[in-house]
Design a protein around this ligand. Structure first.
Ligand SMILES: C[S@@+](CC[C@H](N)C(=O)[O-])C[C@H]1O[C@@H](n2cnc3c(N)ncnc32)[C@H](O)[C@@H]1O
Length: 344
């Protein structure tokens, strides 16, 4: 028997209160999410996520997803609007996951968001995340403390409200340095650090496109290297050996375009997912598309001819060094027609 259509229209209940989880998503690698955060994200009704949260991570959950980041070319939320959005969903009785890059309490404005929840009598919990400094440290082999070399570490910002601070710690880690790296290096030198002090700038830490710039304080002050966000600046004698040659750099970086048919072992590779819109009727506009930097990619797996077409719409050519693997003959022919023979 056919089920009768549900004609019940829910009436908003002013007494109903939702619950908010302020969650740290970690610095980029989706596997750096905590088990507790993953459980809550599975149970959430709404996920409000920031710029630095990886879209591959968000894509794993079924909740309604709302991007609250500040990308230039899309609608973005100011902090007040984010607070209003959190309150609106909580008042509607929803379980809200407020997902932030790194840890919510390290330059994450988590403190401001809980103030608003307190003032409005909304229940909340905080789930810590791996902050960018810890991610960068592990994925570049820079121990933030090192016996007999560094016994203290300070987390600082390159975008302070007033002046750049240089605490008296052996290792200094500066967040938000993309546009202020030279000012920070000058401030550190002015405080008496020697020109020979090792410095590392870690961009996109724990992501497939992790990139490291190294040098001494003196060299980098004189240089004019462009630094792209997100980037961390680490300064101290704890940066010892050739950190570009780290365990993470040895992993193969592969793009999975479409369904994951690859046999590639997760342990020896880093996967980057490309969503083929033609294969996904439920693809929603509030899922953010992050362009893939193909310069860092070693292999691409295509799972259907339509996915090859989608990929070609986004990227008209592929760097020669990339090895291409296709699921079947039809996909191979589509790839050859669009890419290998110079495209249509
Ligand atoms: C607004 S702060 C948020 C920090 C975040 N709450 C955390 O704990 O990592 C943004 C800054 O964090 C740093 N950052 C975040 N993710 C990063 C990554 N994957 N690689 C390098 N730096 C990162 C950058 O300095 C960036 O400008």
């Amino acid at each position: 028997m056919k089920k009768k259509a549900d004609t019940h229209i829910p009436v908003p209940d002013p007494q109903k209160r939702g619950y908010v989880y302020i969650i740290g998503a970690g610095p980029g690698d989706p596997e750096l999410l905590t088990i507790k955060a993953a459980r809550v994200l599975r149970e959430a009704d709404v996920i409000l996520y920031d710029d630095l949260v990886s879209s591959d991570l968000v894509a794993q959950f079924n909740a309604r997803k709302i991007y609250t980041g500040k990308r230039k070319d899309s609608h973005h939320f100011e902090q007040d609007a984010i607070n209003d959005e959190i309150l609106r969903h909580a008042r509607d009785g929803k379980i809200v996951a407020r997902l932030k890059g790194g840890d919510p309490f390290i330059f994450g404005r988590g403190g401001e968001e809980i103030e608003v929840l307190r003032e409005n009598g909304i229940g909340y919990e905080i789930i810590p995340g791996i902050t960018a400094a810890h991610g960068a440290s592990a994925y570049t082999e820079i121990p933030l403390t090192l016996r007999k070399v560094s016994s203290s570490v300070a987390f600082c910002t390159g975008h302070p409200v007033s002046k750049i601070q240089v605490p008296d710690a052996d290792t200094l880690v500066y967040y938000m340095v993309a546009s202020t790296v030279h000012e920070v290096l000058d401030a550190v030198a002015l405080q008496g650090r020697e020109d020979a002090t090792p410095v590392a700038i870690v961009q996109n830490a724990t992501r497939y496109n992790q990139n490291i710039i190294t040098g001494t304080l003196g060299e980098l002050r004189k240089g004019d290297k462009q630094v792209y966000s997100p980037a961390l600046l680490i300064i101290g004698d704890n940066i010892r050996h050739s950190i570009e040659d780290n365990w993470y750099s040895k992993k193969k970086k592969i793009v999975i375009a479409g369904e994951d048919f690859s046999i590639s072992n997760a342990a020896d590779s880093v996967k980057v997912y490309f969503t083929c819109k033609r294969e996904h009727a439920d693809y929603t506009a509030d899922e953010r598309d992050e362009p893939i930097d193909l310069e860092y990619i070693d292999e691409i797996y295509f799972s259907s001819p339509s996915c090859v077409r989608d990929f070609h719409t986004a990227y008209q050519s592929l760097p020669e060094k990339i090895r291409v693997i296709t699921v079947d003959q039809a996909t191979q022919e589509e790839y050859e027609m669009l890419f290998a023979k110079g495209g249509k």
